[in-house]
Structures are given as structure tokens and as C-alpha cells.
Design a protein around this ligand. Structure first.
Ligand code: PLP
Length: 421
């Protein structure tokens, strides 16, 4: 079955996929074809039942096909799937987001995390009248031109394009520094401060595997931006409503000017959001000069799925339970690794975790790259054979949902024992 789907998909879809990581290039082997998913499990077209730690790269914190989310979407669909006229549900969604995230005084809904960051960057440039953005190696902010860059060859942080089709001019407006390096960020802000519109950062980096910020690093970025008259943007597309009911900014000593959201707030339907200080947000069209728009923005199905997800998260308040399960699970993984003599470091935060085949937890992208990638590929396939699906890349983070309870996680631990023997 999947052989014929593979042939058909490759004939009409570039690479056979609608987003590159799904093609399994970095782990090799055959990409998956999904049939359906429920709770902690993904069912494939060739009849396999996989315990899912990828969870659509993060949105499915309630597990797949949560009955309340499904009912909300079905109900909304009967009243029409798009109006391009404001609904009360959009207002409720904005009230819920601004209520849960104090620095988010106003918020606009968009269609993806990529769009949210694109809008935040345009807004930062619009209000400061400056052109440059500082980002960090290994942090992902969607696939707009200016964010598809890598650290340049030493020339004062000026980036080079990491994708064909991105112009050198566009890349040159982005600066790239190593994550968690206090001096590198300071040096760049000193050199480019007058041109700097914003620093954008994943406060908990989760797109190079999981890399936690060192103490006071985010506060350092806050002080640097304040001194330079630039904005601080937290890209919380993964961390929003993942670690607590709200943003990581809620519990962080540094408060950003703008926050981007996505993934969880759409409950598995396409959505993004950008929000922050009201005086900044009011610079967006129609009241302000910074243009932004979207035919399907605030789409009633997406908003219904998002509201149902967020209301359920608020009612269940699962965050302490998720973190405790993830702690027990990753502690057990470390124990198995010790028994089997596998050199691996396993950082975790809340319901996020990743496995780096190196002796210590990486603090930046360079250290991430200095891991044994062959060992990751071997673990990935060893687990897949045993019915456990990790995100198909060493640079992605693993996710737990509320359906990943202790018995489910014990099943995963058995698979790891097998994969590491
Ligand atoms: C997933 C992600 C994005 C992009 O979101 P899309 O919905 O895939 O466009 C941006 N930033 C971060 C931190 C992400 O994890």
C-alpha cells in the first residue's frame, strides 16, 4: 500500500510531501502515510499503530482526535466554513489569549506560525524605522525569506541565505548569533544597534532538538534590546500553552514586546497569532501604517478548534501532570541508557524532551551538531520497528500529550530497551 502511495505522491507532489521533514531525508527509510490518529496513536495506511511522540510537531497536546475538539469543529462547520466577517468566537479567542498572557494586550490571528513571525518582524521594522533583525543559529521562525539564513563566514554576524531563492540583500538584513552566547549577542547589538529593529528568539529553543536558555540569557537580550531601542520578540509557536496555560513569557524574568503563537492554539487546524503591547499592535492596518491581512484569518473552524483546545487545557490544567510524567519517562530513559552503555543526554522541559548522542546537554546549535547523528538514525528506526514514532529528525523535539499516560510511556520504555540493546 505505502509503496504505491509513495509512487503516486512523488509523481505529483514535490518530493512526495507538503513539508520537507515528512520525506524522512535525515533519517532515511520510507516516509509514513497516515490513515487516522486517536489519542497517543497514529495509524498508518499499511495498518501500523504507532505511539506518536511527534504529535504533528506539537499542536496535539490533548492527543489526536480529542472528542471535544472534533465536536467543536463539526458544530462550527454546519454554520459555514468561512465568512471573512468578524465573529464573536474570534473575540472570545482574543480575550482568552490576552487574558492568559499579560504582555499580550492585543492580538491578531493569522494562518500559520510563519505568518505570525513575518507580521511581528514587519511590525518591528515599521515602528522602529530600522531594517535589521537578530536571530540565533538553530532557532526556527518559519520559512519567510529573511529567516532562511545561516551564520555568515565571520563578517560581523551578517547572514547568508540557507535556501536558494533568498536574495543576498534580504539575508543581509538578518544577523545570526549563537544561542546562549552573552558576548556574541552584545557585540552584534553594539555594532548594529542603530539599525536593529528586533531580536527574535525561541525562549526555549525547540527546533534544534530541545536547548534550554542559560540563566539570565533572556534577561540579557531584554537589556540589550532596551538599550538599543529595538523590540524583543519571543517566538512561542511551540512553547505557547505547551509549558503552562499561557506563554513562557508569563514565567520568564524577561518580558518581550511581542509574542508569536501557533500550533497548540489551533488544536491541529492551521492558525498563528501575533500579539503584544497595545501601542505596538495598533500600528497594524487598518488603524496603523503596517499592512497585514488574510482572507482566511480567524477562520471559524480553526478558531473553534483552538477555543475548544484552550478551554479544555484551562479546565484540566494538565501541566504539572504532563511535566511529572515527562520527568519520570526521561529519568527512566537515562537509566536504560546507563544500563546499555549508550552515551546520550536527554534534556526536558514540561512535556518536551529530546535525545542528543553526546555526553552533555547542548547549549547551542554548534554543540547540537556535535552529536552522533548515526546513533540518532539507529534509535529512530529501532523505535519505529517497535511501534514508536519519534519526530523524523535529530533536530526536532519530542512531545507528550495528555494521552501519554504512565502505561503508554512504559510501552515506549520497552521499545527503547529493545532499540538500545
Ligand atoms: C513551527 C514553528 C514556526 C512555523 O510555524 P508554521 O505554522 O509551521 O508556519 C515558527 N516558529 C516556531 C518556533 C515554530 O516551532
Amino acid at each position: 500500500m505505502s509503496e504505491s502511495l509513495k509512487v503516486r505522491s512523488r509523481a505529483v507532489i514535490p518530493g512526495g510531501v507538503n513539508s520537507p521533514v515528512r520525506a524522512f531525508k535525515s533519517v532515511g527509510g520510507e516516509p509514513l502515510f497516515a490513515e487516522r490518529a486517536e489519542g497517543a496513536y497514529l495509524y498508518t495506511r499499511d495498518g501500523r499503530k504507532l505511539l506518536d511522540f511527534c504529535l504533528s510537531f506539537g499542536p496535539m497536546i490533548l492527543g489526536h482526535a480529542d472528542p471535544d475538539v472534533v465536536a467543536a469543529v463539526q458544530d462550527a462547520a454546519t454554520r459555514g466554513t468561512s465568512y471573512a466577517v468578524t465573529t464573536e468566537a474570534e473575540i472570545e479567542m482574543a480575550e482568552l489569549l490576552t487574558g492568559a498572557i499579560p504582555v499580550m494586550e492585543k492580538v491578531r490571528l493569522v494562518n500559520s506560525g510563519t505568518e505570525a513571525v513575518m507580521t511581528a518582524l514587519r511590525l518591528a521594522r515599521g515602528v522602529t524605522g530600522r531594517r535589521k533583525i537578530l536571530k540565533f543559529s538553530g532557532c526556527y521562525h518559519g520559512h519567510t525569506d529573511g529567516m532562511l539564513v545561516q551564520a555568515g563566514s565571520g563578517v560581523a554576524g551578517i547572514a547568508s541565505a540557507s535556501s536558494a531563492g533568498v536574495t543576498a540583500e534580504c539575508a543581509a538584513d538578518t544577523l545570526v548569533a549563537p544561542f546562549n552566547d552573552f558576548n556574541a549577542a552584545e557585540a552584534m547589538v553594539l555594532e548594529h544597534g542603530e539599525d536593529l529593529a528586533a531580536i527574535v528568539v525561541e525562549p526555549i529553543a525547540a527546533n534544534m532538538g530541545l536547548v534550554l536558555p542559560t540563566p539570565k540569557y533572556l534577561l540579557h537580550l531584554r537589556e540589550l534590546t532596551q538599550r538599543a531601542g529595538a523590540l524583543l520578540i519571543f517566538d512561542e509557536v511551540i512553547t505557547g500553552f505547551r509549558l503552562n496555560f499561557g506563554a513562557f513569557a508569563n514565567v520568564c524574568c524577561a518580558k518581550p514586546d511581542l509574542i508569536t503563537l501557533g500550533k497548540i492554539i489551533g488544536g491541529g487546524l492551521p492558525i498563528g497569532a501575533v500579539g503584544g503591547r497595545a501601542d505596538l499592535m495598533d500600528q497594524l492596518a487598518p488603524d496603523g501604517p503596517v499592512y497585514q491581512a488574510g482572507t482566511l484569518s480567524g477562520n471559524p473552524l480553526c478558531v473553534a478548534a483552538g477555543l475548544a483546545t484552550l478551554r479544555k487545557l484551562k479546565a484540566l490544567d494538565p501541566y504539572a501532570t504532563l511535566a511529572a510524567r515527562c520527568a519520570r519517562f526521561t529519568d527512566a530513559l537515562k537509566e536504560i541508557a546507563r544500563e546499555k552503555g549508550v552515551e546520550v543526554s536527554i534534556p526536558r522541559d514540561g512535556s518536551l524532551f529530546s535525545c542528543f548522542f553526546r555526553s552533555s546537554e547542548p547549549r547551542n546549535f554548534e554543540e547540537v551538531m556535535d552529536s552522533d547523528s548515526a546513533a540518532f538514525v539507529k534509535m529512530f528506526h529501532g523505535l519505529l520497528e517497535r511501534g514508536v514514532y519519534l519526530p523524523p529528525s535529530a533536530f526536532e523535539t519530542g512531545f507528550l500529550s495528555i494521552s501519554h499516560d504512565d502505561p503508554v510511556l512504559d510501552q515506549a520504555l520497552d521499545a527503547w530497551r529493545g532499540a538500545w540493546s
